[in-house]
Design a protein around this ligand. Structure first.
Ligand SMILES: [Zn+2]
Length: 461
């Protein structure tokens, strides 16, 4: 008996029933499942606070709790991803790799599908060795950082498991709002920001997009993930808080009582919320950001259909030529604490016969959720990167920074050549041996491009 055209048609039907297109599943929800979990990570004891080098005492209390939050996603093919957001200034590579590997091992999720994202709030505790060069810690404070870091790692691993257990069907959609409080801090005098804004005279590149990922079960919002490219530095007080991002998440969780709100920082390394330095302003910016998210949730959202593709890579970012021993011997005598501290650490390494590193393994991660390309960059990334990436990849692009490892600022070539804090001197506080080499921007972009193509995206896709 020969195979007839009709038999081929029936075989085709059978095959499509066995391998349904994800978009055709269960009433058009795209086959997505999501699970959410959150836990307070506010230290129980006074601790040294992160982000500023001029604090002279540990924390004195809590303005509002800081959180770790987890979103587990599972597509129709049962491919899982885990995004964990942390109301923290930064985390180092060893901590991040340890936690991600443990989650990968326990939950059988590959590293490219696990992201740790920091909000960069400057009213959070010091974690691990992040920015450790600039803090005048005594032995007791050092021990507190160590024990907090250890407990935090265990807490995050447990939280990942809770989010996975919570997996249930959701509609996934995506949209973009706008909020205008981020000001380019390199181009505008901080104290004149209000006056400059009034006069329409603010200068410099900004990224005012508010990317929003919405998870709905029926009509109910179960989760919102949102981003903004601006330093979490409204506050410099000695009380723990999530700064404006913390206020925004609180506002959104009030608005959607069944939801968990997760903030992911964008490429805001050269952006500050201006004016700043009061709790009222932090709350005001939080409400503005939450307002942009709410309008987006109510407005035009595009459904995310299709599955999760992911890729992770590390590209070696070269430092400018590292000075020799005599340079560090001179710097060890500096009256500036961080300069001398870094030099002493390097001299110790040279004494032990080690060489100072000539490059750093910089992490880039890309998720493709249906037609949305989501890029997670390590470090404090200046706004030029987000603008360049979105200009080339188009509007369905979500660019996040401070992810997986906050090892340094990542200046564009423009900012590197201009020098200043983000291009040069911040490297002291991060304990790195000098500024990046001139190809830093091209190396980062090349890695982004390589990974975006790997997950099926790319310019014009
Ligand atoms: Zn910063």
């Amino acid at each position: 008996m020969g195979i007839t055209r009709r038999m081929l048609f029936l075989l085709g039907l059978l095959a499509s029933a066995l391998h349904p297109a994800p978009t055709a599943l269960a009433g058009g929800h795209g086959g997505w499942k999501a699970g959410l979990a959150k836990v307070v990570i506010t230290p129980e004891r006074p601790m040294w606070m992160a982000g500023y080098g001029n604090r002279t005492a540990p924390s004195e209390g809590t303005l509002h709790d800081i959180w770790a939050k987890a979103l587990a996603l599972e597509d129709a093919e049962e491919t899982r991803g885990l995004l964990i957001t942390l109301d923290l200034c930064g985390i180092d590579r060893d901590f991040s790799m340890g936690v991600r590997r443990e989650i990968a091992h326990r939950h059988e999720i590959s590293l490219d599908r696990i992201v740790l994202a920091c909000s960069h709030t400057h009213t959070s505790p010091v974690v691990g060795s992040n920015l450790i060069t600039m803090y005048p810690l005594d032995d007791e404070q050092r021990k507190r950082v160590e024990s907090y870091t250890e407990l935090l790692g265990e807490t995050i691993v447990g939280l990942a498991g809770e989010a996975i257990e919570d997996l249930s069907e959701v509609h996934l959609s995506w949209g973009r709002g706008e909020a205008g409080f981020a000001v380019n801090r390199r181009e505008n005098v901080q104290d004149r920001a209000e006056e400059l804004r009034e006069a329409m005279a603010l200068k410099g590149p900004v990224d005012h997009d508010v990317p929003v990922l919405v998870l709905r079960a029926g009509d109910e919002v179960r989760g919102v993930v949102f981003g903004y490219a601006c330093h979490c530095t409204t506050l410099s007080i000695n009380h723990f808080s999530g700064d404006y991002a913390g206020f925004a998440m609180m506002e959104l969780e009030r608005e959607y009582p069944e939801a968990t709100a997760l903030f992911v920082a964008g490429c805001g390394a050269d952006q500050n919320p201006l004016p700043r330095r009061s709790v009222e302003l932090a709350e005001k910016y939080g409400k503005k950001l939450a307002g942009a998210v709410k309008r987006t949730v109510k407005g035009h959202l595009r459904p995310i259909l299709g599955g999760l593709q992911s890729a992770y890579g590390e590209t070696d970012l070269a430092f400018a030529p590292v000075p020799d021993r005599s340079h560090w011997e001179r710097e060890a005598e500096s009256e500036t604490f961080a300069v001398a501290n870094r030099a002493r650490a390097f001299l110790g390494r040279l004494d032990r016969g080690e060489t100072l590193p000539g490059s750093y393994p910089y992490p880039v991660q890309v998720w493709r959720l249906g037609g949305l390309t989501w890029i997670f960059l390590g470090g404090e990334v200046v706004v030029d990167y987000a603008l360049r990436i979105k200009r080339n990849l188009g509007p369905d692009t979500f660019v996040s920074a401070y992810c997986n490892d906050v090892m340094a600022y990542i200046p564009s070539l423009r900012v590197l050549e201009e020098g200043g804090y983000e291009g040069e001197t911040a490297m002291i506080y991060y304990g790195q041996p000098g500024p990046w080499a001139e190809d830093v921007e091209e190396r980062v972009i090349a890695e982004v491009n390589r990974l975006v193509r790997k997950v099926g995206g790319g310019p014009g896709s």
